[in-house]
Design a protein around this ligand. Structure first.
Ligand code: 0O2
Length: 206
């Protein structure tokens, strides 16, 4: 394994996580609440890299991994409400340290499996002794409900090696719709709560 390259990706993971935590803290300070339930970063396992290279039709080599896989570094941000997804996405886009290369809104257009999340492909600067290298990374932003569905779906896919029985697939698509509906209802609850809070504050200030 090319250790120099691996360390660059490790630095990028740490740098990205810390940048995102700072952005979220700033948001909390400004708005008085946190939209984020939890944030987790990871390096993609070599098993998962090999699987993805094969799926994309590339030979499994270290060189190809760094060349064709752009989510070796990944961060997942799980938020409370649907509106929080878009607040967090805007927050990330406002960062002067990260370069947003691509956005995929699988919430407005879910995948055929039913998967929904907001994905951002970014470039993370890694400051080395005499130059700056930009390392690719993927950020996934999703609600708690989407995360619940995606975690179980991931387990099912892993178990069936992607050859999921059609009955299971159809059920998962239905449950993804249930999740969408639940997220919408929770969003409405949040709107009512915000209005209630605002009215209460106004009453107290009079
Ligand atoms: P893992 O093990 O989670 O890391 P591409 O070049 O388009 O194939 P890209 O852009 O990364 O690669 O694909 P995509 O679909 O935009 O995002 C890929 C990641 O999203 C996956 O990573 C999963 O984490 C997640 N994802 C996408 N579709 C599904 C789905 O149907 N179910 C679940 N549970 N997760 C999904 P990996 O590398 O495939 O897997």
């Amino acid at each position: 394994m090319n250790l120099t390259q691996y360390y660059k990706y490790e630095y990028a993971k740490d740098m990205l996580e810390s940048e995102l935590r700072i952005l979220i803290k700033e948001f909390e300070r400004k708005h008085g609440y946190t939209p984020v339930e939890h944030l987790k970063s990871r390096m993609k396992s070599s098993e998962s890299i090999s699987r993805k290279l094969i799926k994309k039709g590339y030979e499994v080599t270290e060189e190809n991994a760094y060349k064709y896989i752009d989510d070796i570094v990944g961060v997942r941000i799980v938020v409370s409400f649907l509106s929080d997804v878009y607040d967090v996405v805007s927050l990330i886009a406002s960062s002067t340290n990260l370069l947003v290369k691509e956005r995929k809104d699988y919430i407005r257009s879910p995948k055929s499996s039913g998967y929904s999340s907001y994905h951002l492909k970014v470039l993370v600067p890694v400051y080395l002794q005499d130059y700056v290298e930009y390392v690719p990374a993927e950020i996934q932003v999703r609600t708690v409900a989407m995360d619940f569905w995606a975690s179980l779906d991931h387990k099912i896919r892993y178990k069936f090696q992607e050859e999921i029985p059609s009955e299971v697939q159809a059920n998962m698509q239905d449950y993804a719709l249930d999740i969408q509906e639940l997220d919408r209802k929770m969003y409405e609850i949040n709107k009512i709560m915000s209005k209630y809070e605002k009215d209460l504050n106004e009453k107290e200030n009079h």
